[in-house]
Design a protein around this ligand. Structure first.
Ligand code: SF4
Length: 193
């Protein structure tokens, strides 16, 4: 158990707990505001994230930023973004169970220190692990469930939205629901229009 964010991050940045350390360029610890009340959790770093050490860059990141902007949120100030695994799985395959089992220990520490009021799972991998093992994004997206005192919701991964434009209006609805939930449970003043 870590007492503060900086110690946690320093320790994590040299992690070799699972095989993904062998092929990574950078560990992607997370990004945004660690004092935010809302945390987004994706699947794992892709090629650009591995190269830069930042989460959700490239086309996926640009699309995520558009959705955030549509509900008056800024990734640098209003949210924190992390992933189920912090090192890139080769060929962008799904992270394996044992890799997730190791890496979730870092994520749990991040959540424990951050104490977000809301967690948004981006895509199936995060939603099935954190909300429900039988979570189906196409059926269950946009529904808030309270777990351990945190409101949790799953929505489409930006990579899925890039492939399937028909999902985009549904994703926007989910972000509007997020804004409503933030109005309801978050303490800070946001510049919501
Ligand atoms: S994926 Fe997570 S557990 Fe595995 S080496 Fe990277 S930081 Fe460590």
């Amino acid at each position: 158990m870590y007492t503060n964010w900086e110690t946690l991050k320093k320790e994590c940045m040299s992690c070799t707990r699972c095989r993904l350390c062998e092929s990574r360029t950078n560990i992607v610890f997370g990004g945004g505001n660690e004092n935010a009340e809302v945390m987004f959790i994706g699947e794992g770093p892709g090629k650009q994230e591995d190269l830069t050490g930042e989460p959700f860059v490239g086309r996926c990141g640009q699309l995520l930023d558009k959705y955030l902007s549509a509900v008056d949120l800024d990734r640098k100030t209003d949210i924190y973004i992390a992933n189920m695994v912090k090192c890139r799985p080769p060929q962008n395959r799904d992270p394996k169970q044992d890799e997730q089992d190791e890496c979730i220990k870092w994520l749990c520490e991040q959540v424990r220190i951050m104490r977000p009021k809301i967690i948004v799972c981006l895509g199936r991998i995060a939603a099935q692990r954190l909300i429900s093992p039988d979570f189906k994004v196409t059926l269950d997206h946009g529904v808030f469930e309270r777990k351990g005192g945190i409101f949790m919701m799953g929505t489409f991964h930006p990579a899925s939205l890039l492939r399937n434009q028909k999902q985009r209006p549904q994703a926007l609805e989910d972000f509007l629901k997020l804004r409503d939930k933030m109005r309801e449970v978050c303490g800070k003043n946001y510049n919501f229009s």
